[in-house]
Design a protein around this ligand. Structure first.
Ligand code: R5P
Length: 314
């Protein structure tokens, strides 16, 4: 493998553990302001230091993530559809030059195997890979699953294998029964999506089963940012992936972090992490320095200022 490709993959999949905790915050590209991600900067800022990579679009990267971050970026480069129409009719939205300009560690797009536009999305994947490989950039293929498709090992194995055959360097798919079969049939690393929000312990169990059965990690969104305590949840998932924690231990970490963040909120008389002038941030200094921190966009600062002003007037 060429040095650039190897190095980019090693930035995403940590060589010390062979695992990866990707935080997916790209949902808005077809869902709009998803619950928990209404103001992306606020969601991303406290979570990014615990993530091995952030998966997102260029719009959210530019507006909601500081350029001084060292967290690698997996850039979502497909889209062009919304939940109001056919989701499987995606195209490439972002050029490879833009991905390079944004210093992406990888590019990502969805394929829709078995859907009406299967062929277009598979050829889209192939074209993206042809371009990205020229520059040593890995492509992550996301196996999107239509409402009519079964999320079983047969379907997910088919879609994952096709993605790998076309040259994807990583595949993101869903966890399912007989997941080992999906892994066995796919010669490149697999990460699982979290899917819809589950109770925290169940989400940890799913992630644990996935890595025990061969996934290199997770590319998890809603089960982290829609958690009752996202920062506690991402640390629990991290313990599973990088500290070999059991589900019980990871769940205890979740509860413990949740309790301590509650105490901190009480002590400060406000939320532990807020954005604005009176910002407090409980993360250790070295994490802030190493990872940078996440700013709100000017638009949100302005809006928050106006809301304050309107409240005072009332
Ligand atoms: C969907 O295509 C997007 O890539 C999401 O980022 C993905 O589904 C992962 O998020 P979640 O864990 O919320 O399923």
């Amino acid at each position: 493998m060429e040095w650039g490709m190897q190095n980019r993959l090693a930035r995403i999949i940590r060589p010390e553990t062979g695992h990866s905790l990707m935080l997916a915050v790209d949902h808005g590209y077809f869902l709009g302001p998803t619950s928990g991600l209404e103001i992306p900067a606020e969601t991303i800022r406290p979570l990014a230091p615990y993530a091995d990579a952030l998966m997102l679009t260029r719009g959210i990267l530019r507006t909601s993530v500081t350029g001084t971050t060292s967290t690698p970026i997996v850039l979502r480069v497909s889209g062009g559809t919304s939940i109001l129409r056919d989701l499987d009719n995606e195209g490439i939205t972002t050029t490879i030059r833009e991905a390079i300009r944004l210093n992406a560690a990888a590019v990502a797009l969805s394929i829709f195997v078995g859907a009406e536009h299967e062929k277009e999305t598979l050829l889209g994947l192939s074209n993206l890979i042809n371009e990205a490989e020229e520059y040593g950039i890995p492509t992550l293929a996301v196996t999107a699953v239509g409402k009519d498709m079964a999320r079983d090992a047969r379907y997910l194995g088919l879609a994952s294998r096709i993605a790998a055959e076309l040259g994807a360097r990583m595949v993101k798919t869903y966890y399912c029964d007989d997941f080992e079969k999906v892994v066995a049939g796919c010669p490149v690393p697999i990460v699982i999506a979290g899917g819809k929000k589950l109770p925290e312990r169940e989400a940890l169990e799913m992630a644990h089963r996935a890595i025990s059965e061969g996934a290199v990690g997770v590319d998890m969104g809603r089960n982290i940012f829609q958690s009752e305590n996202p920062v506690a949840m991402i640390q629990a998932v991290r313990a599973l992936l990088h500290e070999n924690a059991t589900v019980d231990e990871a769940f205890e970490i979740f509860n413990e972090k949740k309790r301590s963040s509650g105490k901190e909120e009480k002590a400060h008389g406000k939320k532990a992490v807020v954005i604005g002038k009176d910002q407090t941030d409980p993360r250790p200094k070295e994490i802030k320095v190493a990872q940078g921190y996440y700013e709100t966009s000017k638009h949100h600062e302005k809006r928050r200022g106006k809301e304050k002003h309107d409240r005072k007037k009332r």
